[in-house]
Design a protein around this ligand. Sequence first.
Ligand SMILES: [Zn+2]
Ligand SMILES: [Zn+2]
Length: 114
Amino acid sequence: MYSTSQIRELIKDGRVDKFYNDRYWRKFSKSVIAEQHYECQICKCKGKVTRANILHHVKHLKQFPQLAYSRYYYDDNGERHRQLIALCHDCHEAQHPERRWQERADTFVNEERW
Ligand SMILES: [Zn+2]
Ligand SMILES: [Zn+2]
């Protein structure tokens, strides 16, 4: 399990993969996905049943490392929301447009190099 300051360091070093590969996160995320009955929560809202395989941080980890292991967060009005939601692969991709952009940027860099 990583502390908030350790997660900040990982983000700074571009090693967030270490957080996701950590044994504590793997065990913890599996149990939260089980609590949500292995159902993709976005597909569920649309009336579809899809098996979830990823636990997503609603408040993205990179901006809110202090919420890394929180099931809930509170908004400015003190209302409680889910911070961790089980998602299928497609819904998760849709939640991270910034990452797709990053992948394209990486590809671009590689192409430049060659
Ligand atoms: Zn889905
Ligand atoms: Zn995510």
